[in-house]
Ligand binder design. Sequence first.
Ligand SMILES: CC(C)(COP(=O)(O)OP(=O)(O)OC[C@H]1O[C@@H](n2cnc3c(N)ncnc32)[C@H](O)[C@@H]1OP(=O)(O)O)[C@@H](O)C(=O)NCCC(=O)NCCS
Length: 168
Amino acid sequence: MSPQFISRPVAPEDLPAISQLHDKVFGPGRFTRTAYRVREGTPAVSPYCRAILLGDRLIAAVRITPIAIGGKPGAVLLGPVAVDPDFASQGFGTRLITEAITTAKAGNIELVLLVGDEPYYGRFGFHMVPPGQITLPGPVDPRRLLAAELIEGAAKEAHGLVAGIHTS
Ligand SMILES: CC(C)(COP(=O)(O)OP(=O)(O)OC[C@H]1O[C@@H](n2cnc3c(N)ncnc32)[C@H](O)[C@@H]1OP(=O)(O)O)[C@@H](O)C(=O)NCCC(=O)NCCS
């Protein structure tokens, strides 16, 4: 990443630019996805959310939402990840995801969950969750429910329904 790009935690002032980026990348259908139901009502910014800027222009962002799985906290839901298509395949997605994972680990998070493509997220240590072990409040293709352990054994121990943690 060249020095004119800055990677930093997300600030509340970034939210309008992030919303515009999501419009550009995902379109309006994004609000119907099951992962959005988990995030609904949770604080829009957690300490683990990251953004990349080129000057004043926000070009990539990842949201990280603290969750409980089967009532047990200590996990986060990663997503959405969005990189402006003008800047695709230049390593910004990789940078966001690795930094978010590092920050979560420093915050004693044990497990990172996401709904996404294993061919992309596998490189960051994400693996398919055995079908039925972890459930979301809506339909999810089981091949796309992926988890990365930040502490050995955390994936095996996580069972039950995912719920967003609503306090900041
Ligand atoms: C997916 C996304 C975050 C990747 O960001 P990026 O900055 O372009 O990715 P990187 O530069 O870190 O990595 C690029 C590599 O990932 C690969 N890749 C991207 N999306 C992929 C996918 N869905 N499955 C497999 N590989 C994928 C690219 O082909 C490229 O491969 P290469 O390095 O061999 O050329 C970005 O393309 C994006 O915002 N996509 C639309 C939104 C989306 O799908 N978000 C994820 C679901 S929430």
